[in-house]
Design a protein around this ligand. Structure first.
Ligand code: FES
Ligand SMILES: [Fe+2]
Length: 434
C-alpha cells in the first residue's frame, strides 16, 4: 500500500503529485502492467532488421521481446519465450536465423512464432499437444505497427491505434525522416546504453524543462564558451562550429527561453521548439536535399525547428541531429537509456559525422552535457526518497496553457509538459479502458 492508501487517483493532482510515484516499488510494478503493458512502446527501427530472419531483442516493461523480419518483408514482434516450458529463446541482442531454436530442449519455431519442429515428437502422441495450436508458439505482441519505419508494439489488444496514439507528435517523426534526401533513415550501428539511477519519469520530465538548462548545464556552457573564446568562432572545425554553439545555447537567458514554445498532445507527448541553425548543415547535404525535393520543399524541411520531442512513455527524438533515445525502465530507481544515431539516406558522409559529433558532445555516456543531467536525476531520486514533504510541485505557469488544434501550448519555462505527462500517467494507472 502506498503512503496515501491504494487509491492511485489521489496521487496525481492537476498541479502536484505524490512522491511515492517515483519511489514506491509497488507503484512501479503497476506501471509495468498498466502503462508498459498497454501503451504503444517503441521496439526499434525497421532498418535494424533489413533481411528475412534478422532479429533484434529488447524489453517492453518486463517482457522480453523480439523484432524479426519475415520472409514476406513484414516485421513482427514476438515474445522471446519458448512455447514448451518457457525458456527465453534468444540470448543475443541481434542476429539472423532461419528458425529460432530453443536452448533448452531444442524445439524450433518459424520466424512468425509457429512451432516448426519438436525433437522426439512421438513422445507427445496421444496427448493434447498440437503444433498448430498458438498456445505452443512463441506468443505474438497483441499489436504491432510502424510509422515512417519506427516499429511500435502494444501488449494490449484494445486501445487507440498507433496513428491515433501518436497524434500530433507524428510530425516529429516526419521531421526526422523528411530530412533524408531518399525519404528514409537507417540506424547506424548499435546504440550507446546508459544505466541511470533514477525513476524513468524523471527523464521525461527533464527533456522539455527549459528551467533546468541554465543551472544544470552551467559547467558545459562554461566549457563551450571557453572553447569559443580560446579558438574564436572561426577557429572551430566546421562540425564543432555547429555543436559547440548548440551546447552554448543551454546558457541562453530565461527571457530567451520564454520566447521558445512547447507543444503537448493528448497521450502525454510533447516537443520543445528548437534552436538549431538550418545554416549549419553542410552545403553538400543541402544540395542533395534540394536535388531530391526542389528548393521550396528543401527550405520547408529545414525550417522545422524542434529540439527534444517526447513520445510518451518510451522514447524521445532530436530530429535535427538524427538522435533517438529509448527509455527502458528496469526498476523504480533504475532506467536504461538507449541512444541511437541514424543516417539520412541519400546524404553525403559528412552529414553523419555531424550526427556523431552531436552525440559525442551531448548524448553519449562520455559527453560533457549528459553528466550534468545525470547528476540532477540522481539528486532528485535521492531527495524524493527523503521524508519531510509528501507532495511534488508542478505549479509553474499552471492555469496559463494555450490551446491550438487540440494540443496544449506554453512557453518553454512552463511545467505544462510534465503536468500533461502526469495527467496521462493517471489515466493509464486508473482507467480500465483506454
Ligand atoms: S523450454 Fe524450450 S524446448 Fe523446452
Ligand atoms: Fe539537460
Amino acid at each position: 500500500m502506498n503512503a496515501i492508501g491504494d487509491d492511485l487517483s489521489k496521487l496525481v493532482e492537476p498541479d502536484r503529485v505524490h512522491r511515492s510515484i517515483y519511489v514506491d516499488p509497488a507503484i512501479f510494478d503497476l506501471e509495468m502492467e498498466r502503462i508498459f503493458g498497454r501503451a504503444w512502446i517503441i521496439i526499434g527501427h525497421e532498418s535494424q532488421v533489413p533481411n528475412p530472419g534478422d532479429y533484434f531483442t529488447t524489453i517492453v516493461g518486463r517482457q522480453p521481446m523480439i523484432m524479426v523480419r519475415q520472409a514476406d518483408g513484414s516485421v513482427r514482434v514476438l515474445y522471446n519465450r519458448c512455447g514448451h516450458r518457457g525458456a527465453k529463446i534468444v540470448g543475443d541482442r541481434t542476429g539472423n536465423v532461419r528458425f529460432f531454436r530453443c536452448c533448452y530442449h531444442g524445439w524450433t519455431f518459424r520466424t512468425d512464432g509457429q512451432v516448426h519442429s519438436v525433437p522426439m515428437r512421438h513422445g507427445y502422441d496421444g496427448t493434447a499437444f498440437d503444433p498448430n495450436d498458438p498456445a505452443f508458439w512463441m506468443p505474438r505482441a497483441a499489436r504491432t505497427d510502424s510509422y515512417r519505419g519506427f516499429v511500435f508494439a502494444s501488449l494490449a489488444p484494445e486501445g487507440p491505434d498507433l496513428r491515433t496514439f501518436l497524434g500530433g507528435i507524428a510530425s516529429s517523426l516526419d521531421d526526422f525522416v523528411d530530412r533524408a534526401p531518399e525519404g528514409r533513415v537507417e540506424v547506424a550501428g548499435r546504440p550507446f546504453r546508459v544505466l541511470q539511477r533514477n525513476n524513468w519519469k524523471l527523464f521525461f520530465e527533464n527533456l522539455n524543462d527549459a528551467m533546468h538548462a541554465l543551472v544544470v548545464h552551467e559547467s558545459s556552457v562554461d566549457a563551450a564558451r571557453g572553447g569559443i573564446a580560446r579558438m574564436g568562432a572561426q577557429g572551430l572545425t566546421s562540425y564543432a562550429s555547429e555543436v559547440i554553439p548548440t551546447m552554448d545555447k543551454n546558457g541562453i537567458p530565461y527571457s530567451a527561453w520564454e520566447q521558445i514554445e512547447t507543444t503537448a498532445f493528448e497521450w502525454g507527448h510533447s516537443y520543445l521548439g528548437g534552436f538549431f541553425n538550418p545554416e549549419s548543415y553542410e552545403r553538400s547535404y543541402v544540395e542533395a536535399l534540394e536535388r531530391a525535393y526542389g528548393t521550396e520543399r528543401m527550405r520547408e524541411i529545414l525550417s522545422v525547428n524542434r529540439h527534444n520531442a517526447i513520445i510518451y512513455p518510451s522514447c524521445s527524438t532530436q530530429s535535427a541531429y538524427q538522435q533517438l533515445r529509448v527509455i527502458r525502465p528496469l526498476a523504480v530507481d533504475r532506467t536504461m537509456i538507449e541512444i541511437y544515431n541514424f543516417r539520412l539516406l541519400g546524404s553525403p558522409p559528412d552529414t553523419y559525422r555531424r550526427t556523431l559529433i552531436f552525440t559525442n558532445l551531448t548524448n553519449s555516456p562520455s559527453s560533457i552535457v549528459m553528466p550534468d543531467d545525470l547528476e540532477a536525476y540522481n539528486r532528485v531520486q535521492e531527495g524524493l526518497g527523503a521524508n519531510g514533504y509528501e507532495w511534488i510541485n508542478f505549479q509553474r505557469d499552471f492555469g496559463r496553457d494555450g490551446h491550438r488544434n487540440g494540443s496544449l501550448t506554453a512557453n518553454a519555462t512552463s511545467e505544462m509538459p510534465m503536468r500533461n505527462q502526469l495527467r496521462v500517467w493517471k489515466k493509464y494507472m486508473t482507467e480500465e479502458a483506454l
